[in-house]
Design a protein around this ligand. Structure first.
Ligand SMILES: C[S@@+](CC[C@H](N)C(=O)[O-])C[C@H]1O[C@@H](n2cnc3c(N)ncnc32)[C@H](O)[C@@H]1O
Length: 475
């Protein structure tokens, strides 16, 4: 390949049009083939890698080492995308946006192998070039070969030194690059943590870890100790209903307690915020504490715990969900529990007010669950937050309208972004004249909860998703 301007690969021609029709996966490299197909689906059709990859592995009967390699390459490449794109850009003589999408996905896959795996460089380059050749033809394969050879001239540490902003003058930019996060996400974490150093780094690095599987032992059905004994897991450190499963603990769908609906998969953070919402004492009210409302219930995780607790306490729960298919999931999840599902907009659900407790588990950016969705950090945009905070505010205003005086509004989001957390809730509670209470009291035994009155959980501190909860008593 003749180097182009500035000694960089020449890519003056657009790739030839790709052949139509399904391609046959090359039998000799199923792991990289499926990885590239998933990367393409993510970038071209907004697919979710954590849903698509397991399905494709099953469909193509890829197992064992090939499945492990495909998983590592797909998730690793998606998480590191920002960093890989900077490095690839440094090896091009034109903007990244001018590179054909499938070629770019293949280059990311190749660069990831070169920089973050022990795959020998010649194998990383040759296998990527083969994929590009199959997709586009020989002339573009030469281009891919040249770019990847440039990438391979330095290791990750050298590339970091060249591309990363100075830690002294731009600590957030430095950590955003080193942990491969968009700068705005790193900044939002820094603001929530009040830290731009070691703790911010730990929080960002936690997004690259695989979360342990947590189970909820449904109250009234099975205890956490029993569930732990049956599944080989450990009782959770904080939730009295939680069990942590060992990593690689077999096929969950086959576990008896799950088949029998005695237990469900649920992050311990979700359990803790729901338990907190049911433990705050609510005074007054003619009926005591008998009517609860879950205003954003789909797919029904927290409604299941609320319903199980309600069943043992003589309480009824109304569960509102706007999306009909998600409302069906709530119905299925809460079957047999005292939960009535309503397909309605939580901003005006058409229900009689006077609830003793209202949970608003609002739609949010999901920045608190980035470790579950490898591509999410790059897909979310700062503008999403503005739209979401408007909706969150409207849902909270509705909640304060539906709760009785002396009743509780619990606001939950799976995000640490201050606009979605303290910002929205502070305004809504002030407008409603509600009394914000210190939520930390309702997280007994949970360490590192900060100064209150809100609670922000974190993967790197608590091993949970970064759930936020705020509690207020209506006046
Ligand atoms: C964060 S999820 C709730 C998760 C749920 N509480 C659980 O634990 O499984 C937010 C839900 O709110 C729903 N939603 C979005 N806008 C809504 C609205 N205006 N009214 C009611 N539900 C809405 C979404 O469809 C989504 O299912």
């Amino acid at each position: 390949m003749t180097p182009g301007r500035q000694g960089k690969p020449d890519r003056s021609r657009r790739p030839a049009p790709r052949k139509q029709g399904p391609r046959k996966p090359p039998a000799q490299d199923p792991a990289r083939r499926v990885a590239l197909d998933v990367l393409r689906a993510v970038s071209e059709r907004d697919a979710y890698a954590n849903l698509m990859l397991p399905e494709e592995l099953r469909r193509r009967r890829i197992t064992g080492r090939d499945a492990a390699l495909a998983t590592e390459l797909t998730y690793g490449t998606l998480r590191a995308q920002g960093l890989l794109d900077e490095i690839i850009t440094a090896c091009l003589d034109r903007p990244l946006s001018e590179v054909d999408k499938v070629v770019l996905d293949a280059l990311r896959l190749g660069a990831y192998q070169l920089l973050r795996t022990r795959i020998p460089p010649h194998a990383a380059v040759a296998s990527t070039v083969d994929l590009v050749r199959e997709e586009t033809g020989s002339h573009v394969a030469g281009f891919a070969n040249a770019v990847l050879r440039n990438v391979s001239e330095k290791d990750e540490a050298d590339w970091m030194r060249q591309l990363t902003p100075d830690a002294e003058t731009d600590p957030i930019g430095n950590l955003a690059m080193r942990t491969s996060h968009p700068r705005w996400v790193a900044r939002s974490f820094a603001e929530a943590l009040g830290d731009k150093g070691a703790e911010l780094e730990a929080a960002l690095l936690a997004d690259d870890t695989r979360p342990a599987v947590h189970l909820l032992a449904k109250p009234g059905e099975i205890t956490a100790d029993e569930l732990a004994a049956i599944t080989g897991g450990d009782p959770a450190p904080y939730s009295p209903y939680g069990v942590h499963l060992p990593t690689g603990g077999g096929d969950l769908a086959e576990a008896e307690p799950i088949k029998e609906k005695l237990a469900v998969v649920q992050d311990e953070g979700s359990q803790l915020v729901t338990i907190a919402a049911t433990n705050v004492p609510v005074d007054g009210g003619s009926g005591g504490d008998t009517r609860w409302l879950d205003l954003c219930a789909g797919p029904g995780g927290k409604a299941t715990l609320l319903g199980s607790l309600a069943a043992t306490a003589g309480v009824t729960v109304d569960a509102v969900e706007k999306a009909p298919h998600r409302a069906k999931l709530v119905e299925r999840a809460t079957e047999g529990l005292p939960v009535t599902v309503h397909v309605a907009d939580g901003r005006d659900p058409g229900l009689d007010g006077g609830y003793d407790r209202v949970l608003v588990d609002a739609p949010c950016s999901g920045l608190g669950a980035l470790r579950r969705r490898p591509e999410a950090r790059w897909r979310r945009q700062p503008s999403d937050v503005a739209d979401l905070t408007r909706l969150q505010g409207e849902l909270l205003a509705s909640a304060f309208g539906l709760v009785r005086a002396g009743g509780l509004v619990a606001y939950v989001v799976c995000s640490p972004h201050l606009a979605e957390t303290e910002g929205v809730f502070g305004n809504a509670a002030r407008r409603a004249g509600a009394e914000v209470i210190d939520a930390r009291e309702y997280f007994p035994g949970v360490p590192l909860l900060g100064d209150g009155p809100y609670v922000q959980l974190w993967p790197h501190r608590h091993g949970t998703d970064a759930m936020f909860v705020a509690l207020a008593i209506a006046r």
